[in-house]
Design a protein around this ligand. Structure first.
Ligand code: TTP
Ligand code: MG
Ligand code: MG
Length: 350
């Protein structure tokens, strides 16, 4: 079983949360409309703006034409990335077996977590509640026997939806949907299929009339997948996130140096930056690796492991500096490059 989660009107909803006066009125996030003369496109908009026909990817000038009185905001990617990180932290609490599709979208593998659709629904409901409690944002969840069904299901009751499609109901569920709801069928594929069937506005059930051979002749290998998809089947696997194994940073001096103050202050600075990056992983580290390249390009690495601990600047610097000083004392050559890397503890993995 697979759960698909997608945040509702993501960028715009985050902006509404940050500034409640944007709620209930048309809100567009994207390029500056410059009173209708603006270039660029709409990133997304809230549901009030969608009533005017505004949608992602539309020219911002067209959006302005449709609704000049809407509120137009620039894209604040830094903010949305931060919120996205928080959401994925919450998802991780439910399961580490997930695929991040985009900032606002993920598949979660429910095998091993849910034995039946009732349990799966409970997980979906709890996840929605948790995200709302922590982030004050709504999302839509779809549950199905495979990725495709889960994705189409999550679209079903947007916004704030939760739709479960049991295996036995999948075929009926997708039959009346537009073929464009099959992930990967875009306008070009749609056109080709319309030509085969000499009909427009194709529904998924219509495609079941096309033989596998015909689909493959027209669409190549993708035809085989579509042949399965229109029958509710989907073999695509959840692309599990591989955890970051280590984080590091290095710096090359403008000039090779033997100045202890310069070396130490640079090393402190590096430790601080690595600690900052490592903290966002919220996992303990178990090893610190120091790299030093000398003027002749000879490069040496030294590492020390310890009981897993929080990646604080103090810890990283203390462990790293010891290694570095030993190395410097031995080589006594001007330094060209300094690097420090921390390796995360993975003993918490199943
Ligand atoms: P989507 O999940 O496709 O859309 P959405 O979350 O805005 O709306 P919905 O409720 O229908 O899910 O995309 C997620 C974010 O990605 C969206 O908020 C803005 C960004 N985005 C773009 O910048 N350009 C685009 O063309 C699309 C589709 C999305
Ligand atoms: Mg979304
Ligand atoms: Mg999305």
């Amino acid at each position: 079983m697979v759960l698909h989660l997608d945040m509702d009107y993501f960028f715009a909803q985050v902006e509404e949360r940050e500034n409640p006066r944007f709620k209930g009125v048309p809100l567009v996030v994207g390029a500056d409309p410059k009173k209708g003369k603006g270039r660029g496109v709409v990133s997304t908009c809230n549901y009030e703006a969608r009533k005017f026909g505004i949608h992602s990817g539309m020219a911002i000038s067209k959006a302005y034409e449709a609704c000049p009185e809407a509120i137009y905001l620039p894209v604040n990617m830094e903010l949305y990335s931060r919120v996205s990180e928080n959401i994925f932290r919450i998802i991780e609490k439910v399961s580490e077996k997930y695929e991040k599709v985009s900032l606002d979208e993920a598949y979660i593998d429910l095998s091993g977590l849910a034995e039946n659709y009732k349990q799966a629904e409970r997980i979906g409901c709890d996840l929605k509640k948790l995200i709302f409690k922590k982030e004050k944002l709504t999302c839509s969840v779809g549950i199905g026997e495979n990725k495709m069904i889960a994705k189409i299901a999550s679209e079903e009751d947007k916004p704030d939806g939760l739709k479960v499609v049991k295996a036995g109901d999948a075929l009926k569920f997708i039959s009346q949907k537009s073929i464009r709801e099959i992930p990967g069928i875009g306008p070009k594929t749609e056109k080709k299929l319309e030509i085969i069937l000499e009909k427009s506005g194709l529904k998924i059930k219509d495609l079941r009339a096309i033989s596998k051979k015909q689909l493959v002749d027209v669409l190549g290998k993708r035809g085989e997948e579509i042949y399965k998809n229109v029958r509710g089947e989907d073999d695509s696997e959840i692309d599990l996130k591989t955890k970051t194994k280590s984080i590091g940073k290095e710096i090359t001096f403008d000039q090779d140096t033997l100045d202890p103050e310069k070396i130490i202050s640079t090393f402190k600075n590096l430790s601080q930056r690595v600690a900052g990056m490592a903290k966002t992983e919220e996992r303990p580290i178990k090893t610190v690796v120091v790299t030093c390249r000398f003027e002749n390009f000879n490069t040496y690495s030294r590492q020390v492991s310890f009981k897993p601990r929080k990646p604080t600047k103090g810890l990283i610097y203390k462990k790293g500096a010891k290694l570095l000083l030993k190395l410097l004392a031995k080589k006594l050559k001007p330094v060209r490059l300094l690097g420090i890397r921390v390796i995360f503890d993975e003993s918490d993995k199943e």
